[in-house]
Design a protein around this ligand. Structure first.
Ligand code: ZN
Length: 338
């Protein structure tokens, strides 16, 4: 109808201005691939961050979706692939910058860390002439975060652990809480800002970050990927960026304001007695640790009422190892305590 009207009046629709990034011009209505150069290899080749710019034809928010800040946390890579399949840039309002692999060197070495053993998520906002981790953090902050108003950062459990799909963010911010509920992960966890994290650095320049944690390192977990795709699309719909309704069940999240790990009190073989998502009471067994003949068993017990949001996956554990991560729930079952 709009086009017909324009033909009648002889007016042409003015196309949306392109998105400029790193010297590249991304036109509206398309996916544009950009490479952000990070460092040279000894052979002279560049290590670059692959970035996708989905620049919609209509005005709207600019957001980013990033993955693999920890180089072995890979569920975010297929989440971004499915998002690119699902979002039509010709019908998009606003712009989405996707960065499927932030820690490129960690990915290649199948490691959480950078080659200098630094944790990138403790190096933000970084600096132009700092360590290689600081330079990568600085590049990401200046080229991606600074151009956006909101970001979704996709993680998994660290090596040898698995996480229930959960969203971590500042639940004291009403706007953030509303978007986090919209995402529809089973658990929303209020988490404090850690020094050097992307979330803390982004907060300093007034950007909202939703951290999605789901599944295991070095694995693709189908359910975690599906929930990540559907949750991100629901957030985009709530921001008015897309119009189509989103597939998949949206669960009313349990809201938790604190979490802690219960640890092994002895070394041995560990069998979990709960699953991700199990609700436990104080004193409930979450795992049994035993010796090679199955004797000398000791039970690992929950210290408070809550929901199991992560646990160890290794069958062998040592005294002091973290066994189960429990998000505290208010005493009344079903209440969100807000
Ligand atoms: Zn991570």
């Amino acid at each position: 109808m709009q086009n017909k009207a324009r033909r009648k009046t002889g007016l042409k629709a003015s196309p949306r201005a392109p998105f400029e990034i790193n010297g590249v011009t991304a036109p509206a209505g398309k996916l544009t691939q950009v490479e952000l150069r990070l460092a040279r290899l000894p052979t002279g080749m560049w290590i670059s961050l692959p970035v996708g710019v989905l620049h919609g034809r209509r005005e709207g928010p600019v957001i980013w979706v990033s993955a693999a800040i920890h180089g072995d946390e890979l569920n975010g890579v297929p989440i971004i692939r499915h998002l690119l399949d699902a979002i039509d840039p010709r019908r998009l309002s606003g712009t989405v910058l996707v960065v499927p692999v932030v820690n490129v060197q960690g990915l290649i070495q199948q490691s959480r860390y950078l080659p200098d053993r630094r944790d990138l998520n403790r190096c933000f906002p970084g600096s132009k002439r700092g360590s290689s981790a600081a330079q990568l953090a600085h590049l990401f902050m200046t080229e991606i975060v600074a151009r956006c108003e909101l970001g979704l950062d996709l993680h998994t459990g660290s090596g040898g652990r698995t996480n229930l799909p959960q969203l971590r963010c500042d639940l004291d911010e009403p706007g953030t809480l509303r978007l986090a509920r919209e995402f529809g992960a089973p658990v929303l966890l209020h988490s404090r800002l850690r020094d050097g994290s992307l979330r803390a650095a982004a907060r300093e320049i007034d950007k909202v970050v939703l951290v999605y944690e789901a599944g295991e390192a070095s694995r693709f977990n189908t359910k975690a990927i599906e929930m990540g795709v559907e949750g991100t699309l629901r957030v985009m719909k709530s921001l008015g960026m897309i119009e189509d309704s989103v597939q998949g069940p949206k669960v009313a999240p349990r809201i938790s304001r604190a979490s802690s790990w219960v640890r092994a009190r002895r070394t041995g073989f560990c069998e979990m007695t709960v699953h991700l998502g199990t609700e436990v009471a104080e004193g409930d067994s979450v795992a049994v640790i035993f010796d090679a003949l199955g004797q000398d068993r000791s039970s690992v017990k929950a210290k408070h009422h809550g929901i199991v949001i992560g646990h160890v996956t290794s069958p062998l554990v040592h005294r002091g190892d973290a066994i189960a991560h429990i998000a505290e729930l208010p005493e009344t079952v079903g209440s969100e305590g807000e």
